[in-house]
Design a protein. Sequence first.
Length: 407
Amino acid sequence: MAERELLYYKKFYEEPLVLDKPIPDKMGKDMYFCFGCRTKHCRYICPVYKELRNESYIAYGRHNALLSVAKGLEDLRNLANTMTYCLECNACELRCPNTLFTADFYRYGTTPTDFTRKIRRDLLAQGVKPDGWEEVEKYIAEHMGYFEGPHEEITKWAQGLKLPTSGKTVLFVDYWTAFNATDIARLVAKILAAARVKIAIIDHPGVTNGELLDSDLKKWLEHGKHTIDALKAAGAETVIVINPHEYSYFVRQYPKYLGTLPFEVVFVTDYVNDLVKKGAITFKNSVNMVATYHDPCALNKFCDVWESPRELIKAIPGIEFLDEDHVSQWDYCCGNGTATFRKIHPDIAYRIGRSRLERALDLEAGNLIVSCPHCQDQFLEVKDKSRLPIEIKHIWEVVAEAMGIEK
């Protein structure tokens, strides 16, 4: 796993792009790798392209835009808005011929998500903000307020559950989940308690969201180190992560910059699925529904976690499961993206989300099961707006119902 995580990290991406100065040669080389492509696999798999039909916003277009800057044909400032059309879903990296056919041999591949994040940060550092960035700044400020506010606020979701703040197995709950998906965090804690797993929580994590990663890498890493130190101080040997976005940062981003983590990181579906296999969790209730499953981008495309949610769903009695292959789902996104997209482009986010729900309805599934709180939030909004006849169920709601656990 570690080799794959670090495979495409390019240290020259740390060199800042400066307005009115030449693009570094190594960065230009990456642009040529993309410019020379004629297959444009990234076009066919990009959810944004499917809605807008504009090649400027696919990975090919974004790379060529920077190549135009390198050749003196374009101004770097004009890339600010173009870069906001990336969902950061990572499908283009998975389908890129440089990744498919050269990376494993040459240890080199294009990294469109890292590349897009870098350009955003470099432009923001020089005062160049894209349209609509105020919403992202509000969101970051809100989370900074959580971090700087009373520590007991972050653990209000656990009220009455009597969870300690130290232990070998720590359930990591980020700020967004703690304040916006409280019921999901509580259900996970109750499910683990029913399996007699002793878990702890921390009451003062850093700001771990992708919006800060898109804006200020140095500050994001400071908060990342704070979170890692807090988990280590709590005695964590195993950290169970609820939010797929945060999981991708723990296993892909932190090791790049901060080194090997001093504890094991497990996504919650993997952990609970192992408990089911061991017999520590049993399902006593039938959950009667026809359902399909939506793979979160951060989980499937970034971290290759796709089996455990499906195995959990299949183990629950009463569910007629209409599965779609996880590779087929590289084409999909809920529309939220893994960081800033929905805040800047809410209308396009809605269209992408609606297309996904319509695909589930094409399968004649009355329920769409998700394992990401951001996907759930986005799909519920799209469902309310579109009035499509489909129910959105978080996987922990379904598991808890099968176990006889109440919210």
